[in-house]
Write a protein that binds this ligand. Structure first.
Ligand SMILES: *Cc1c(COP(=O)(O)O)cnc(C)c1O
Length: 390
């Protein structure tokens, strides 16, 4: 067979860096700060709620296509109570197999081959693959480091819109940079979307993980945006149950119905008993969310300070699980080579940000570390990283 097995749409997405780096961590006994998943489970009462659902026979057979009503109404209440956004749980909420499926279904449903999709670079790795599967063309707009944070260049965004642009794919709080888009930035994006009649798909899986009093603002709440925005949420990061794969979208009836058309042929349904448990999780008291933020904020500080002491320039994140660093003060310029040698040099694994870029050179000297790990694990990582400055 001369033709490659993997089709041309997916050829550039062979294997992810996460597989390579996790294997490297296992082989070298390194602390894996590469992939972003917590090393402890979420609330015990929510685990018990899943056990109860399973025992009570809730969700052990195919749940309803749009998701179980208990979860859909909990999602609608969450959007209303947090953000003043009102969605009809029957027509405007769709439960998905994690945010990952929501992203795929939204792009497969809304993008016509040849459409351009603007994504903020560096971007979450599934965006590029899903745009490609939908036959779209990705148009990266680069977030640039400026005074210790990554900022969106609104002129660059404006210049990226063409007559073929179908949608803007947003992510705030932003992985990997930890940026939380400001009200001013989001207002400018919203005005552009209205002016050029664009859809917005916004990945808000880190909505609860913001620090230092930063505010997460859903773009759907800005004028003219509700009817053109698909908002994506997930239980994975908010409740530390990334393996349960419970995600959702909220959007107008027309957009929800379009996304459902694609979703029904991807997984149809998923995570039956877990949907009931997450319906309870979304109704946890404010103290849960406050504690989550405070704990993660302390871990962010611990790792950020350790990285700075080890000699990195640190982009202190306003949200998410991740801290981005610049390796140039350590005399290195190539994040790939740096990450491949880090296990041997310091017994820690990180991810080169270049994998999240089309303009690889723009991401070359940056490396991402995850801090959603137990304090003792982070302390050990910090102590090992001291070897770099020794
Ligand atoms: C983790 C992550 C996802 C995937 O969420 P799941 O609910 O686990 O599918 C999506 N987007 C971003 C930015 C993420 O970091």
């Amino acid at each position: 067979m001369t033709r490659p097995l993997l089709n041309s749409r997916l050829a550039e997405f062979g294997t992810t860096i996460f597989a390579e780096m996790s294997a490297l961590a296992a082989r070298t006994g390194s602390i894996n700060l590469g992939q972003g998943f917590p090393d402890t489970d979420g609330p015990e009462e929510i685990r018990e709620a899943a056990v109860r659902a399973l025992r009570d026979g809730l969700g052990n057979q195919y749940p309803p296509g749009p998701g179980v009503p208990e979860l859909r109404s909990a999602i609608a209440d969450h959007q209303r109570d947090r953000y003043g956004l009102s969605y009809d749980p029957d027509a405007e909420v769709l439960v998905t197999a994690g945010a990952t499926e929501a992203i795929a279904a939204a792009l497969l449903a809304l993008v016509e081959p040849g459409d351009e999709v603007i994504a903020l670079e560096p971007y979450y790795d599934s965006y590029a693959a899903c745009i490609a599967m939908a036959g779209g063309t990705r148009v990266p707009v680069t977030l640039r480091p400026h005074e210790g944070a990554y900022v969106l260049d609104l002129d660059e965004l404006r210049a990226a819109v063409t007559d073929r642009t179908r949608l803007i794919l947003l992510n705030t709080p932003h992985n990997p940079t930890g940026t939380v888009l400001t009200r001013a930035e989001l207002t400018a994006v919203a005005e552009l979307a209205v002016e050029r009649d664009l859809l917005v798909v916004t990945d808000e899986v880190y909505e609860h993980l913001v620090f230092d009093g930063a505010e997460h603002l859903p773009i759907a709440s800005l004028p003219g945006m509700r009817e053109r925005t698909v908002t994506i949420g997930s239980a994975g990061k908010t409740f530390s149950f990334t393996g349960w794969k419970v995600g959702w979208i909220t959007a107008s009836p027309e957009l929800t119905s379009a996304v459902r058309s694609a979703k029904q042929f991807l997984t149809y349904v998923s995570s039956g008993p877990f949907q009931y448990a997450i319906a309870e999780a979304l109704r946890l008291p404010a103290a849960y969310f406050d504690t989550l933020r405070a704990d993660l904020g302390a871990k962010r500080d611990l790792l950020s300070e350790g990285l700075a002491q080890a000699g990195f320039d640190v982009y202190r994140p306003a949200g998410t699980y991740f801290v981005t660093t610049d390796i140039r003060p350590l005399g290195a310029t190539d994040g790939f080579a740096f990450c491949r040698s880090l296990p041997e040099r310091a017994g820690v694994v990180a991810i080169p940000n270049a994998v999240f870029y089309d303009h690889r050179e723009a991401g070359a000297p940056f490396v991402r570390f995850a801090f959603c790990k137990r304090t003792e694990v982070l302390e050990e990582a910090v102590s090992r990283l001291k070897a770099l400055s020794a």
